[in-house]
Design a protein. Structure first.
Length: 255
């Protein structure tokens, strides 16, 4: 059967609208990656990351992803989240999604936190290492590679491919509370890095710092002006359910 034939998740609200107008009315369950993430979110109540996507509203050469935050209806009819994982007696009715442009996220989080001197002779790679990928981690974004189009250069590369030419590497795993994110950050340095610092210890500290920074940035940007928010409503034709929502989207605030 065609993906999404019996299930629909239509984008009803978007913030900001102007830069994301292409997505209004889009069926979020029209691709395998989006559908799989929605089903996991509805089953677990957790914020759930899609695998990498070429976003409908994308205008630059970079991967993106959606983070589903499922909304449920309880027995009283009230709408609520279930981030504690307890979905007993709850009916999934929709989702508020954060939309991430991953190269933009990596670039801005690093450049707003570290000085150029700290980033000299350093390359940083983000990979998605979700269990469903079976050990074949997917490239998400890169920083400091001096490649004109890293999206094209590294899209099909494995972790082994990108680290084999490095003088030294450090890997850290990324996770977020109440979410299923399992990313990996890889910090690579060349001989000039060691010559300038006479030790690899700063690289280890940077790797840990980068991991914490990216994880906290992803979590903080849910509801931040730098990403768009989508609100979709679920319709299951087989169950003849067509949910309606009246909601006011909260104003994003600077964190």
């Amino acid at each position: 059967d065609r993906v999404g034939e019996e299930e629909y998740m239509i984008v009803h609200y978007i913030e900001p609208f102007e830069s994301n107008s292409k997505v209004w009315g889009f069926n979020l369950l029209s691709s395998d990656a989006r559908l799989a993430a929605w089903r996991s979110a509805a089953r677990t109540g957790q914020k759930t990351f899609t695998r990498r996507l070429n976003l409908v509203q994308g205008t630059t050469a970079e991967f993106g992803c959606l983070v589903w935050m499922p909304i449920f209806k309880g027995s009283s009819g009230a709408w609520r989240t279930a981030l504690d994982g307890n979905v007993t007696g709850l009916t999934p009715v929709g989702s508020v999604n954060g939309v991430y442009f991953l190269q933009t996220l990596l670039d801005q989080s690093l450049e707003e936190t570290y000085s150029q001197d700290q980033l000299d002779n350093v390359q940083i790679f983000l990979f998605d290492n979700a269990p469903e990928l079976g050990g074949n981690a997917q490239y998400l974004a890169a920083y400091g590679t001096k490649v004109a189009n890293p999206h094209e250069k590294f899209a099909d590369k494995t972790i082994s491919d990108v680290v084999k030419a490095a003088s030294h590497t450090q890997e850290e795993d990324l996770s977020i509370e109440s979410a299923d994110m399992q990313w990996k950050v890889i910090v690579m340095t060349d001989s000039n890095y060691n010559t300038a610092r006479r030790t690899w210890n700063p690289e280890i500290a940077l790797a840990i710092g980068f991991a914490l920074l990216v994880a906290s940035t992803v979590d903080r940007w849910l509801g931040h002006p730098r990403i768009s928010l989508q609100l979709g409503l679920w319709q299951d034709k087989q169950k003849n359910q067509n949910q309606a929502l009246s909601a006011v989207m909260p104003e994003p605030s600077e964190a």
